[in-house]
Design a protein around this ligand. Structure first.
Ligand code: HAM
Length: 417
């Protein structure tokens, strides 16, 4: 029996993992610059948390969650996204009482049982941020800027920022009725999926990928044209702030997100370097969600971005910065005494921060030299009985092939120079 990783999950192997680390470091640096603090929450939660926040009728909750009963018969779910968990923790630990505004970020795995394809996994990774406590459109714009800054720092230029407003509890219900009415005349000709959505979640009909649906709904009313004065003012201020920061964007009146908690601003960042799964990031405002989850009335806004998709774009267009993984020194050893000395000396140099490798397989000198070459070690020394007795060896520069005498009791100085 050979075991295999689960469909829709991926191993990140050495060689690839360095790109992940590079991206994670960039995310952390940008989050620090924008003054977000990291939060780490468990990967599983009570099922009700997600059903409550994301919405019972969404694809995520109705068909994609990894839900199971634990041994005490409690229904638990692997988190399909990070917002619900961050807010649960925010409420549980009364974080809002320490300061009226809280800015959080996270990086971690999320789980959705979707049909796997390029850029769509069942265990995928997101980085994201949530700002809780302010209704200011400045934070809506800041979320977009944080995400875009990560892409810019990674050298990714091919992206489009799409923004929309999905209104609030005052202007959305009357708009929904208008939309349902407009959809009646074309209803019978819509795709079965969209037909099912007309009554339950009519806004989702607007972002159907089906071309026929799109042309049938070309002239239906859009939320952005039916906003109440407050939402309208908020939406226009977000646009002004984006212009003031020279951020290009397009208004996409059909942008509706796959999660139900949004109010006012919704946005997505897409890239043409991706295939059909073209969303790099998505987010928006959710002014009712904290209260919905049992907290005090607290406005909030956030976004999350897919790491795998970012890495796909990075591989195509970005600037990869491979880390230096080369050992500074490979100690080649001839006999058991030398191996013991090399083991201790390697620890000594490693304590001082120098990357050193030794042979653990009692290989021949030739095989060890081959290994040193494979690892692209900068320097090698060969140590046996003679070298241990004289306390000196030849330090070979593997790039130039030249060598020089070194004192075995002061390798650090020789390596540093
Ligand atoms: P979302 O749009 O569901 O939003 O996901 C955000 C991003 O995660 C997507 O744009 C995509 O890059 C990535 N993603 C989603 N599903 C998959 C998948 N199956 N495989 C690979 N990547 C995927 C949220 O999750 C919200 N919590 C965002 C948010 C935070 N809104 C407010 N705060």
């Amino acid at each position: 029996m050979k075991f295999k990783s689960i469909r829709g999950t991926k191993d990140v192997l050495p060689g690839e993992v360095e790109d992940w680390q590079y991206v994670e470091e960039t995310v952390r640096r940008v989050m620090r610059v924008f003054n977000y603090r990291e939060i780490r929450t468990p990967v599983f939660e009570q099922t009700g948390l997600f059903a409550r926040s994301i919405g019972e009728l969404t694809d995520i909750v109705s068909k994609e969650m990894y839900t199971f009963k634990d041994r005490s018969d409690e229904s638990l779910t692997l988190r399909p996204e990070g917002t619900a968990s961050a807010l649960r923790a925010y409420i549980q630990h009364s974080i809002g009482e320490q300061s009226p505004l809280t800015k959080l970020y996270y990086i971690g795995p999320m789980f959705r049982q979707e049909r796997p394809q390029a850029g769509r996994l069942r265990q995928f990774h997101q980085f994201g941020a949530e700002a809780l406590g302010s209704p200011s459109p400045q934070l809506d714009a800041e979320m977009m800027l944080v995400a875009l800054q990560v892409y810019r720092e990674l050298g990714i230029r091919e992206f489009t920022l799409k923004i929309n407003s999905v209104g609030c509890e005052r202007c959305r219900p009357p708009y929904k009725l208008k939309l349902i009415e407009a959809l009646q005349s074309v209803r019978a000709r819509l795709s079965p999926e969209s037909q099912a959505r007309v009554d339950q979640n009519p806004l989702r009909v607007l972002d159907s990928k089906d071309e026929n649906d799109q042309s049938l709904t070309r002239d239906v009313p859009l939320m952005k044209d039916h906003l109440c004065p407050e939402c309208s003012q908020h939406f226009s201020e977000v646009q002004t702030l984006l212009q003031k920061t020279s951020t290009s964007f397009v208004i996409d009146g059909r942008l509706v997100r796959g999660l139900d908690y949004y109010t006012k601003t919704a946005f997505e960042i897409t890239s043409t370097a991706l295939g059909s799964q073209d969303a790099l990031a998505g987010g928006g405002r959710y002014d009712l969600l904290v209260e919905e989850l049992g907290g005090k009335q607290t406005p909030g806004v956030g976004f999350a971005a897919g790491m795998e998709r970012l890495l796909m774009v990075l591989a195509k267009t970005g600037s990869q910065k491979p880390q230096d993984l080369r050992p500074a020194l490979f100690i080649v050893t001839i006999d058991e005494d030398a191996r013991r000395w090399a083991f201790a000396e390697a620890q000594n140099l490693r304590f001082k921060g120098i990357r050193v490798e030794v042979d653990y397989l009692a290989r021949s000198v030739k095989a060890q030299m081959r290994e040193a070459n494979r690892q692209q070690a900068r320097f090698t020394i060969v140590v046996g009985e003679t070298e241990l007795q004289s306390r000196s060896a030849r330090l070979k520069n593997m790039e130039t092939g030249s060598d020089s005498a070194v004192n075995l009791d002061d390798l650090e100085t020789s390596l540093r120079s």
